[in-house]
Design a protein around this ligand. Structure first.
Ligand SMILES: [Zn+2]
Ligand SMILES: [Zn+2]
Length: 292
């Protein structure tokens, strides 16, 4: 089986077109070309700017084109990363409402694009407490209308401040509370700094086993494959080039070849440093893989 690996790619820029009537707009089809150019066959997108409250604006034509080009050129699956402003755990009514609207728009966009996953962080409980925050998040998730072919993925977090999702217990806690069929996305950098060792084959095996015990591997749908500029338990979220951070080549090699992880899709959110961007990082992952 071919490894599923790709990058978080931008959709930005206008599609080259002879139709001058159209206003400039970001074209989702750009993501497919960029993914192919990086050597990826699956991956992640933002549908709109993740730093502001904005609704995805995808024409029918662009959506159809994205589906067709993805089917023709990529293995898949894609995942949409929701806005960074979304906070499912919040006790504040206004933020909860905006988070709901944003998530519903992403879920509808995923349905339109044929993307099976919308990835989201639990957010920060900001005083509601762990239990209260998880209750809030479950309420939001269960109030959403999730299209049949789309699944919400809760991403593991670095766990700084009152942000939830650093502990495997939090991931299990949201699965227990919601009536919605959600999945989990593990970010390797976040998981490391949240306190789970991934630096050696033995450590990876132990962490995967503990995830299975606490959460259940059957919920794990996607992996954000990032190395980390910070060590185990620091709760600092800064991604590093594959093999060049604290996870290192040994840890990365163990992750991408682990029998319980190797068939999952891997999306990279690695930085560009010294001219080494996604193409370099994807190539590095393929070199670490035993059968590629
Ligand atoms: Zn994320
Ligand atoms: Zn991160």
């Amino acid at each position: 089986m071919t490894m599923k690996v790709g990058a978080h790619v931008s959709i930005s820029g206008t599609r080259v077109s002879s139709d001058d009537e159209k206003p400039p707009y970001d074209d989702i089809r750009n993501a497919v070309c960029r993914q192919v150019n990086f050597g990826g066959n699956c991956g992640q997108i933002f549908t709109t700017s993740p730093q502001v409250w904005a609704q995805p604006d995808i024409s029918d034509e662009a959506a159809d084109g994205f589906r067709e080009e993805s089917d023709a050129k990529l293995e898949g699956p894609w995942v949409i990363h929701s806005s960074y402003l979304v906070n499912l755990c919040t006790p504040k009514e206004d933020l909860r409402r905006k988070s709901m609207e944003s998530m519903q728009a992403e879920l509808d966009a995923a349905d339109k694009l044929g993307v099976p996953y919308v990835n989201v962080h639990l957010g920060a409980h900001t005083g509601a407490g762990v239990e209260g925050g998880l209750d809030n998040a479950a309420d939001v998730i269960d109030d959403l209308e999730v299209p049949d072919d789309v699944q919400i993925l809760i991403e593991s977090d670095a766990g700084s401040g009152t942000k939830l999702g650093g502990e495997f217990d939090h991931l299990a806690g949201i699965i227990d509370r919601t009536e919605t069929d959600i999945g989990i996305c593990i970010d390797t950098a976040h998981t490391l700094v949240a306190g789970n060792d991934l630096t050696t084959p033995e450590a990876v095996d132990e962490t995967v086993g503990r995830f299975d015990d606490v959460v259940g591997l059957e919920y794990l749908e996607y992996i954000h494959l990032n190395d980390s500029k910070h060590d185990v338990g620091t709760h600092k979220d800064e991604h590093a080039l594959i093999g060049e951070g604290y996870i290192g080549e040994d840890g990365m090699k163990a992750i991408v070849n682990h029998p319980e992880l190797r068939d999952l899709p891997f999306a990279l959110e690695t930085p560009t440093e010294d001219g080494r961007g996604f193409a370099w990082n994807i190539q590095k992952v393929k070199e670490l893989r035993d059968d590629e």
